[in-house]
Write a protein that binds this ligand. Structure first.
Ligand SMILES: [Zn+2]
Length: 215
């Protein structure tokens, strides 16, 4: 048996914190036996929460995906390991400008890797300690010291590999290296791999990767 109440209260809190309250009553109704409706365009399936702070948006949107995965099929928290974005979180999709070969990635994609790693390693512990809802506390998640260390380490790996963390959408798709706007890009596959003695390293796996390479 799963502890449905922990899932429900965490989901409600996650929705209450978001900017669009359209679905808040629906989530609150879960307390009294309500259900989450399916459906196509315009339905809840079509919707995701939004948060003002960029960091929070990445973390809580990712967490919402995880919680819906677990709640909808009433899965135990350990099943987080089978959730696709978690399962493939060691694979990094990096953009490369075809004109100058400069490589970069959007900051929210970068942060998503950090968030998924955190949830993978910590969700079960929060649940077992009967404090799943506390995972929404920034000091327990994206601001905690272990995550700060990991984020800094990952940034240094990007640096070492010559990958810029860069908001190309905000910069109207101008390449941060050659300055060309909307030049063609390819996706390259990088992977976090364990070295001898357990040391982690970001490795370049291949250029021009297809979608199947990331799954
Ligand atoms: Zn370029």
């Amino acid at each position: 048996m799963i502890d449905k109440i922990q899932y429900i209260e965490t989901l409600i809190k996650l929705i209450e914190l978001n900017n669009d309250q359209t679905w808040t009553p629906t989530f609150r109704n879960l307390r009294t036996g309500g259900y989450l409706p399916g459906g196509g365009a315009g339905s809840l399936n079509d919707w995701g929460p939004s948060y003002t702070d960029n960091f929070q948006h990445t973390w809580y949107s990712d967490f919402y995906g995880i919680m819906r995965y677990l709640y909808d099929d009433q899965l135990r928290p350990e099943s987080i390991a089978d959730y696709k974005p978690i399962k493939h979180n060691d694979k990094y999709r990096i953009l490369r400008c075809v004109d100058c070969n400069g490589r970069y990635q959007h900051p929210s994609r970068f942060e998503s890797h950090v968030a998924m790693k955190f949830y993978r390693e910590n969700l079960v512990n929060f649940y077992n300690a009967n404090k799943l809802i506390e995972i929404l506390n920034p000091l327990e998640s994206y601001e905690c010291s272990a995550i700060k260390l990991f984020r800094d380490w990952l940034k240094s790996e990007y640096n070492r590999m010559g990958i810029k963390i860069y908001d190309f959408v905000g910069a109207e798709y101008i390449c941060p290296y050659c300055g060309r706007q909307r030049s063609d890009t390819e996706h390259d596959l990088y992977k976090i791999e364990k070295q001898l003695f357990g040391k982690m390293k970001l490795n370049h796996i291949k250029n021009n990767a297809g979608w199947h390479d990331f799954e």
